[in-house]
Design a protein around this ligand. Sequence first.
Ligand code: SF4
Ligand code: SF4
Length: 81
Amino acid sequence: MALLISDECINCDVCEPECPNGAISQGTDIYIIAPELCTECIGHHDKPQCMEVCPVDCISQDPDVVEDKDSLYQKFLKISA
Ligand code: SF4
Ligand code: SF4
């Protein structure tokens, strides 16, 4: 699944530079993740880097974007091409 930032985000900007796919950006009120670019960090890291660094743990899996690991890896290959 792509990941989702909840409205508990405090706009600290710590996660944005950690994303290897450039999937995180500042939205209108909080930071947002572009689901078409989020691979859960598959292809780059063992764990989602944004979740690792978020100080308020407001990032979780997006139940509306269901993907298995192979789909995420295929997305990584497409983004990297
Ligand atoms: Fe970016 Fe990885 Fe977070 Fe997805 S899980 S938004 S690819 S840092
Ligand atoms: Fe928001 Fe967490 Fe990212 Fe900070 S690290 S901008 S609190 S999602």
